[in-house]
Write a protein that binds this ligand. Structure first.
Ligand code: ZN
Length: 304
């Protein structure tokens, strides 16, 4: 698999180099693992428009004139979307800027990264578009092995395979990350869905099935904060479920072993994007803690 990924990476880099130079060369080919891949086939098809029609390729350069030329209403809709509203055009510029200012300016570092990764963090964050760990915590490529899901939940080991448990297995057993950070956040829609679930509600959805992993957090929230407003209950549950996820990490035998040995640390983080603050804490797990418990929270800080 690694050679396949490597080949795909080389193909991607080759294509990106071509794009960066501004050379649009349709019709080339590339040989990968004995297979001759034709490049630019799609571009060929659009750079040679049918008689009476205009190339979509050309539209990007002369958008307004071309829109007038199209008579077919359906085609017109497609072209209007290409007329300055294509979100991928912005992404293309961002990528090429990233390439210039990162991959090329710091080529040695990025060539090292191409050989392998040794991240210091495994990060589990919510899929919410406002909660971007790389943006808010400044992770650079190679620094954080990251998985994002609805409500940043960690299912218990007994739950079986999921994208999160698979990512944990790779990060802990193969990459041997020294830190796992679970990042929760304010106004989490997944937690809101969890708190909205009625115990007797039989309606099922993929979202409700997923967030029900944190059902115990909802129940403990209702017990501890049931007299508060629904919004405040949700805020309470966001941290309650986060700590539940930290405890669920310890149900994975290879995580529990490394935490016990002191080679892996478990951390919680809570990003409040209303106040723009970040709270961070560490879950301690060992025998002989105060009160006879094996669990304790320490190193709790609020970054504000
Ligand atoms: Zn969320």
């Amino acid at each position: 698999m690694s050679s396949l990924l490597s080949s795909a990476g080389n193909l991607f880099l080759s294509a990106a180099r071509s794009s960066l130079s501004g050379d649009e060369k349709p019709g080339g080919s590339l040989k990968i693992g004995g297979s001759q891949l034709k490049l630019g086939g799609f571009r060929d098809s659009i750079s040679e428009p049918a008689k009476g029609r205009t190339s979509i390729f050309k539209v990007a350069r002369e958008p307004c004139r071309l829109i007038r030329e199209f008579k077919d209403n359906e085609t017109r809709k497609v072209e209007e979307n290409s007329c300055g509203e294509d979100p991928f055009e912005e992404l293309r510029h961002r990528f090429l800027s990233f390439k210039r200012h990162n991959c090329l300016d710091d080529a040695i570092h990025y060539q090292d990264l191409a050989q392998g990764q040794a991240p210091q963090f495994m990060v589990i964050a919510c899929a919410d578009s406002r909660v971007c760990p790389s943006k808010i915590l400044g992770f650079q490529p190679g620094e954080a092995f990251t998985v994002r899901n609805i409500a940043n939940l960690v299912p218990p080991f007994q739950h079986g395979a999921s994208e999160t448990s698979a990512a944990l297995e790779f990060a802990v057993n193969s990459l041997e990350v020294p830190n796992i950070l679970v990042v929760g956040h304010s106004r989490c829609g997944g937690i809101r869905a969890l708190m909205s679930m009625k115990r007797e509600n039989n309606s099922r959805s993929l979202i409700s099935d997923w967030v029900s992993i944190a059902k115990s957090a909802r129940l403990s929230t209702e017990a501890a904060a049931g007299n508060l407003s629904f919004e405040k209950q949700c805020s309470h549950c966001e941290k309650e479920s986060l700590n539940g996820s930290l405890l669920n990490l310890l149900t994975y035998p290879w995580i529990e072993k490394r935490v016990s040995e002191g080679t892996l640390s478990l951390h919680g983080g809570y990003y409040d994007f209303v106040e723009c603050t970040f709270e961070k804490w560490t879950l301690v797990y060992r025998d002989g803690l105060e009160g006879g418990s094996k669990y304790a929270i320490k190193n709790r800080f609020l970054w504000a």
